[in-house]
Design a protein around this ligand. Structure first.
Ligand SMILES: Nc1ncnc2c1ncn2[C@@H]1O[C@H](COP(=O)(O)OP(=O)(O)OP(=O)(O)O)[C@@H](O)[C@H]1O
Ligand SMILES: [Mg+2]
Length: 460
């Protein structure tokens, strides 16, 4: 919903095969990127220096300068530059090395065009966020806040989530946390860990969407020596490493059917079989999982196993979107402003009424994360001790171009019907036309909303 991606992200493609370069150049151009190509690693290095691209995608095996060297040169120049590696062989060792050294993604050739475009889109988004937040030292403050910070919020909806989390925390139960992006799934997962008997153990997590299947499985379950090229010795996986503690499977909706089968087995048997191994290793780990997908929906479509779903969903937590708990907005603002003040060892800045109004009225499609980022940026942009609406991103302050209701309708004394209709249309519009979300915000059943819309004669 954010409309900041107006410029086309530039992508530098490095490969020693002209065929690949040409294919990608055409594909990327058609998909709204600005492609640049470099034939071979040497040219690649030159172009990274000369062009400052937004994303680099490079072959791994090239004579003279390899993909890994391209990766380290790119990261030395700009640590927020996403680098995607392509390889013809499934070479897990260099994949692991690449990801450890900060590669954004590792894709195997031949690839499906749609896959590579999806990865590039994600990389472009990631890049944009990183650049927006760079000056804010987001990483450092995020690390701080992961520690002692307590979940903020006192709305009814949020308190009921906290109560449920507190109830389930001391048990060993698996918990599935669902909610839109930025609603605080990881915050809640850490909260559960802190309140559990495992609090002194590790809290480890993995983003299941960030790694290709084979690498993800090796990270999760470990592998045995010789199980694939480059597996020089046995390695234990994260389930084992989180022994005595909690393991958080983030973005579980992104797992492939094959990984899902293996996860199901882990949940049923409480043991893992390392990749390439035959012997099961028992584990002592509490499992939490999260997703921003609607897994019930995915299950109906057949893209998520129902048996795994029920094993994970022993205890379900649904995190409400920020727009349906607007009471929490001032509290969150306050907490974030205080934190920012602490970091600067200064008094907290204050919002002007206009800025506060805009934040209260905005729909927050990116939820708490979006609010947090907007405030951190505003703090940096504001010199004095007040933050005005002009320091907020434009999407938050911009007035809606379409009138909520035509003026002749509200000119006279409007009837309740007219007001209701205007309000419903306004919510629908702020939810980008999404009727089920609008119904949620309005606190009515979707079928009720449909009925009202058809009464108003609102077409699809
Ligand atoms: N209730 C809260 N109190 C304080 N901070 C919060 C709260 N909810 C979210 N945050 C902050 O907002 C950001 C996003 O939260 P988190 O990473 O937990 O969301 P998420 O649901 O996992 O998002 P995504 O789906 O994008 O991974 C974090 O920086 C977190 O600290
Ligand atoms: Mg998350």
């Amino acid at each position: 919903m954010t409309s900041t991606q107006a410029v086309k992200p530039s992508v530098l493609v490095v490969d020693d095969e002209t065929g690949i370069l040409e294919t990608l150049r055409i594909l990327l151009k058609n998909e709204g990127f600005t492609p640049h190509v470099a034939l071979g690693g040497k040219q690649g290095l030159d172009q990274i220096a000369a062009l400052a691209p937004d994303i680099v995608i490079t072959d791994v095996r090239m004579p003279s300068v390899t993909g890994l060297e391209i990766l380290s040169a790119a990261r030395a120049k700009d640590p927020d530059l996403p680098v995607i590696l392509m390889t013809a062989q499934a070479d897990l060792r260099s994949a692991i090395q690449a990801v450890n050294e900060g590669a954004y993604y590792y894709i195997q050739k031949p690839f499906v065009n749609g896959d590579i475009v999806a990865i590039l889109r994600r990389a472009a988004e990631h890049r944009q966020l990183r650049v927006e937040n760079r000056s804010l030292r987001q990483e450092i403050s995020r690390r701080d806040r992961n520690g002692a910070n307590q979940p903020v919020g006192r709305s009814k909806a949020w308190l009921s989530v906290l109560r449920l989390a507190e109830t389930v925390a001391p048990t060993e139960s698996t918990v599935l946390i669902q909610g839109e992006s930025g609603t605080g799934k990881e915050v809640i997962a850490r909260y559960i860990h802190q309140l559990s008997a495992r609090a002194s153990g590790a809290f480890l997590s993995i983003n299941c969407g960030a790694l290709p299947e084979s690498l993800l499985e090796s990270e999760l379950f470990g592998h045995v020596k010789g199980s694939f090229t480059g597996a020089m010795k046995d390695k234990s996986g994260l389930f084992t490493a989180a022994g005595g503690g909690t393991f958080f499977l983030d973005e579980i909706g992104e797992t492939t059917p094959s990984t899902q089968v293996k996860l199901l087995r882990v949940l049923q048997q409480r043991e893992v079989i390392p990749v390439g191994g035959t012997e099961a290793v028992p584990i002592d780990t509490r499992l939490l999982a999260a997703t921003n997908r609607d897994l019930e929906e995915e299950m109906k479509r057949g893209s998520f196993r129902s048996d795994l779903f029920y094993r994970l969903n022993v205890f379900a937590l649904h995190l409400p979107p920020l727009r349906s708990r607007r009471d929490d907005i001032p509290l969150l603002i306050d907490a974030f402003l205080h934190r920012a003040a602490q970091q600067r060892a200064a008094d907290p800045k204050r919002l002007t009424d206009a800025a506060l109004d805009a934040m209260q009225a905005y729909a927050w499609p990116g939820n708490v994360r979006e609010l947090e980022n907007a405030l951190e940026r505003a703090v940096i942009l504001s010199d004095g001790d007040t933050i005005d609406a002009t320091a907020l991103p434009e999407r938050i302050t911009e007035r809606r171009s379409e009138p909520l209701v035509t003026t002749h309708e509200i000119a006279a004394n409007p009837t309740l019907d007219v007001i209701e209709r205007a309000y419903i249309m306004w919510v629908l519009q702020s939810e980008g036309g999404n009727k089920s979300r609008a119904a949620e915000v309005l606190g009515i059943d979707p079928s009720t909303l449909y009925r009202k819309l058809s009464r108003y004669g609102v077409a699809e």
